[in-house]
Design a protein around this ligand. Structure first.
Ligand SMILES: Nc1ncnc2c1ncn2[C@@H]1O[C@H](COP(=O)(O)OP(=O)(O)OP(=O)(O)O)[C@@H](O)[C@H]1O
Ligand SMILES: [Mg+2]
Length: 325
């Protein structure tokens, strides 16, 4: 079991190093670092795209902590996580330590790394049980190989997304009782804007901030069960730039921006089962309310006339749909 020894140079200096890579999230970063310093295992719970992986990678890097990343899914068997005996070599020389191949868990235990397990709720029961054993005992016994003790710096951080259809109810009390938990909501509008500016820099214009408002509004729309993460805003802007080039139009042009919005967002939002509309219709509605400039070239109503009062409508829509979660 981990002994609480300090890991690498984790400490007050880690925070400032992480903050050069991560926008905002000061509290969560502090909590992650404190948990790792205290030799605790962690669970991060939050919607997609809320910075869970970004924070963990930056913290491990700043702390000089080895990092093993695993994507949880139904195929993550104990053998894939822990390691296996090479079948061809077993035929030749039998089960001996020389023919054992470490998987990410065995490596992390031996090296004292940070094992980051995404979508933990998707992994099979048998593999989850193994993780419980590792967290309780700080060691792992492998038939025909023997015991692997956790190095004092071994830490496990799991992540999951509360909207996941597989359901977070699969995570048993046995796991929850062995980890500390940090809940992560969506970030503030200013922070999302700063993230978008890093990933999709844009010449001086109001377009990116309108795109951020649009993406945030998808999280509060009555027809939508799960809205888009900030990734949707980044994709929309990147797409609009290249689509504008292909069409010989400015990227903010209605004929470019709306298509970019539909392409970037229609697969990211999930409507309520009872909804009778379509993702495309909802995105088109929100785009018209929140993104189109008042004098949008090419924007006309069904009678061919420019739509009046757009600024006012946009203001109303933004105040009713972007309340902080
Ligand atoms: N606070 C942040 N600072 C910098 N970039 C961020 C931040 N939050 C999110 N991002 C960016 O947004 C994208 C999604 O973030 P990330 O992969 O960390 O989310 P996640 O919570 O791990 O999502 P998922 O649950 O889907 O795995 C990345 O491109 C990342 O760079
Ligand atoms: Mg992630």
């Amino acid at each position: 079991m981990s002994t609480g020894e300090a890991v690498g140079p984790y400490g007050p200096g880690t925070l400032s190093a992480v903050q050069t890579e991560v926008v905002g999230r000061r509290r969560e970063i502090q909590l992650v670092i404190a948990a790792l310093m205290a030799a605790r295992h962690l669970m991060l719970e939050g919607p997609p795209g809320t910075g869970k992986s970004t924070i963990l990678r930056a913290v491990a890097k700043a702390g000089g902590h080895g990092f093993e990343f695993i994507e949880g899914n139904a195929e993550l068997t104990p053998a894939r996580l822990v390691g296996h005996f090479d079948p061809a070599q077993v035929m030749e020389s039998g089960y001996s330590p020389e023919v054992w191949v470490d998987g990410p868990l065995a490596r992390a235990l031996r090296d004292g790394s940070l094992l980051y397990l995404e979508e933990i709720n998707r992994i099979p029961e048998e593999t989850l049980n193994l993780l419980v054993t590792v967290m309780s005992e700080g060691e792992l016994t492998i038939p025909r190989l023997g015991r692997i003790d956790a190095s004092p710096n071994f830490r496990m951080v799991a992540a999951m997304n509360p909207f996941d259809a597989v359901g977070t109810a699969r995570i048993s009390g046995a796991i929850y009782d062995r980890v500390c938990r940090i809940g992560m909501g969506y970030q503030s509008e200013d922070d999302e804007q700063a993230i978008v500016n890093r990933h999709a820099p844009w010449p001086n214009s109001e377009f990116p901030s309108r795109v951020v408002s649009l993406v945030r509004a998808t999280r509060n729309h009555p027809e939508i069960r799960v809205g888009s993460s900030v990734r949707g805003a980044v994709d929309l802007l990147l797409l609009a730039t290249d689509l504008g080039t292909l069409r010989g139009l400015p990227p903010e042009h209605h004929d470019v921006g709306l298509d970019a919005a539909l392409t970037a967002l229609s697969g990211r939002i999930r409507l309520h089962d009872s909804s009778t509309t379509t993702p495309e219709a909802v995105i088109t509605e929100l785009y018209r309310q929140l993104v189109e400039p008042d004098d949008a070239e090419g924007h006309i109503d069904s009678n061919g006339a420019p739509e009046p009062g757009k600024a006012k409508r946009r203001q109303e829509a933004a105040t009713t749909t972007t309340s902080e979660s």
